[in-house]
Design a protein around this ligand. Structure first.
Ligand code: FEO
Length: 162
């Protein structure tokens, strides 16, 4: 059984992962509307990944005989001025999520719940990858600067994400 504190915290993270999905889907829609389909595709794949993260929490809470409770998902922004601004927001968001995951790991230790600690290890590693990929795109966008040619090349590259 999960402690009440752990159950509440895992439900909160389920909501945070759904918000991440919503946020990236909003970004995808923004760049679809600006004719950058590769960037939009990358963000759409990311939104699906975040839904997958949410479902891992959903499954885990159920596996531990906890109760999933679904709270309202906050509305994300609708517009980002540039791809760089959007990917800087992705990176900042992922850094925030990393903090949330680390907080959950600490709570699992406090609650003497090693099983939850093991479950959360996958997310600890995943966050390293999440920050790395967002950071790489931010760096590329900075190199591209105001070059439309560079942006089109990056858009084509991001369209390849499986
Ligand atoms: Fe679910 Fe991007 O962290």
């Amino acid at each position: 059984m999960l402690s009440k504190k752990m159950e509440e915290a895992l439900n909160k993270q389920l909501n945070a992962e759904l918000f991440s999905s919503y946020l990236y889907l909003a970004m995808a829609a923004c760049f679809e509307a600006r004719n950058l389909p590769g960037i939009a595709h990358w963000l759409e794949v990311q939104a699906k990944e975040e839904y997958g993260h949410a479902m891992k929490f959903y499954g885990y809470i159920n596996d531990r005989r906890g109760r999933v409770t679904l709270a309202a998902i906050a509305a994300p922004p609708a517009e980002w001025p540039t791809p760089l601004a959007a990917f800087e927001a992705v990176l900042a968001h992922e850094q925030k999520v990393t903090g949330l995951i680390h907080g959950l790991v600490e709570l699992a230790a406090q609650e003497k719940d090693p099983a939850a600690g093991v479950f959360l290890q996958w997310f600890v590693s995943e966050q390293v990858e999440e920050e790395k990929s967002a950071d790489a795109i931010v760096a590329q966008l900075k190199m591209i600067g105001d070059s439309p040619h560079g942006l089109i090349m990056l858009d084509r590259a991001l369209a390849q994400r499986g």
